[in-house]
Design a protein around this ligand. Structure first.
Ligand SMILES: *Cc1c(COP(=O)(O)O)cnc(C)c1O
Length: 411
């Protein structure tokens, strides 16, 4: 077989569909978030000609905690005292005081007995759902139709029976649950904030239905931890529902600004996943400095509402200005502002012009991440964007909307 030819033809097929991904090469700067230096294609490190300053509008470092002074100090201190890597899997010499402290911090954040760390949110979903689905005898997983790829892969890997219920629809969930053998173990898996539309699940109603049928509940709060609730425990904390959820899953890589994933649940459940999940057992644990940084970030956001309040103000300002300019965006109750272009070619073109001519970086979101015809620019205002940043963005979009003959929203 012509292996190289095969790889190239697969890539060409993506290019033809407009689905080939190009990464922006960014250098972020402490103290300057959300600004970064972008190197254009092919420019080598050190070359001065092909770089320019951009304002990042699509970061999942939602609160700028990746550059927070306490977080950086904790990481530097842990590197200086513990070194670079963990040196092993959790079982074989790789458990550090910082991992243990972080798991206690996470259990406390979610009001659970225990928490268990993974190397990413992706791995936590894949490993936890994979283990539940494969080891609970006769298990059925009931999955929201828009669940994240990491949950879908975990369920697929588990080979458990799966039922997909209509997105955010407790009544459809009820119909599926009612049709199942009451004796079978069931896991209802869903998210709180959905990252592409920015809508929020009716968690209480989903819990009512799940409890009625004796199902376990598994909530991905990846886009909510740090951001919602008085201590940043997520939407379930804000709504007083954490104790009713069996498992809360989160990431340390988005609002907490570092890296890693976790589940928070009962001691027995965490101990069981710790003991049986391949994706937990057979991999080197997070560097101690990463755990220390995440711990500092969580502690900071437990005690400080300032970042969350300022972020909300910037989100509200951006929405208000978009409305005034007639630029269509999805209304939702979260911090995610999807501006709808509804055309893959124009979506990519607008983001290229914003980047090259306006110093605004927002990645176009096209199929297969979102359905065809709903192509969008997904903006995530942070507490560190200024009023002037918002105005520059809105004026740039205004000009491009006319240039590209895109339809306006009617007020
Ligand atoms: C990003 C994401 C994950 C994965 O988290 P990482 O820590 O980035 O691996 C899981 N679930 C959802 C809904 C996500 O958007």
């Amino acid at each position: 077989m012509d292996y190289e030819g095969f790889f190239r033809s697969e890539i060409d097929a993506l290019r033809d569909e407009g689905e080939y991904r190009v990464f922006a090469n960014l250098e972020r700067h402490v103290g300057a978030f959300p600004r970064a230096t972008r190197r254009r294609d092919g420019a080598a490190q050190g070359a001065n000609d092909d770089r320019h300053e951009v304002t990042v509008w699509c970061s999942n470092d939602y609160l700028g905690m990746g550059q927070n002074a306490e977080v950086r100090a904790a990481m530097v201190d842990a590197i200086e005292t513990c070194g670079a890597g963990a040196g092993g899997t959790r079982n074989i010499s790789g458990t550090n005081v910082h991992h243990v402290a972080l798991e206690a911090e996470l259990a406390d954040l979610h009001g659970k007995e225990s928490a268990l760390l993974f190397t990413s949110g992706y791995v936590s979903n894949w490993a936890a759902l994979g283990t539940l689905g494969s080891r609970l005898p006769g298990c059925v997983i009931l999955s929201d139709a828009l669940n994240h790829a990491s949950m879908i892969e975990g369920m697929r890997h588990s080979r458990a029976d799966k039922r997909i219920w209509k997105h955010n629809d407790p009544e459809d969930l009820r119909r599926h649950l009612a049709a199942l053998d009451p004796a079978r173990p069931k896991v209802v898996a869903f998210e709180s904030v959905y990252s592409m539309d920015g809508d929020i699940a009716p968690i209480a109603e989903i819990l009512d239905v799940a409890e009625e049928f004796g199902a376990m509940t598994y909530l991905d709060e990846v886009h909510a931890v740090g951001l919602y609730g008085p201590r940043g425990g997520g939407v379930a904390e804000r709504e007083g529902l954490m104790d009713r959820l069996t498992v809360i899953e989160g990431t340390l890589g988005k609002a907490f600004g570092v890296m890693g994933g976790y589940i928070a649940a009962s001691t027995a459940l965490c101990d069981w996943v710790r003991s049986y999940a391949s994706g937990f057992i057979f991999t080197t644990s997070l560097p101690p400095a990463v755990a220390a940084g995440a711990c500092a970030s969580i502690r900071h956001l437990k005690g400080s509402d300032a970042e969350r309040m300022r972020q909300r103000a910037m989100v509200a300002l951006l929405r208000r200005r978009l409305d005034q300019m007639g630029i269509p965006h999805l209304p939702n109750p979260s911090h995610i502002v999807p501006v709808m272009v509804k055309d893959p070619v124009k979506c990519k073109m607008i983001s290229d012009i914003l980047l090259d001519d306006h110093g605004i970086y927002v990645q176009p979101i096209n199929y297969p991440t979102v359905p065809r015809g709903t192509e969008r620019l997904r903006f995530t205002p942070s507490p560190l964007h200024t009023e002037a940043d918002v105005e520059h963005l809105v004026q740039s979009l205004h000009a491009l909307w006319s240039q590209c003959a895109l339809s306006r929203a009617v007020a």
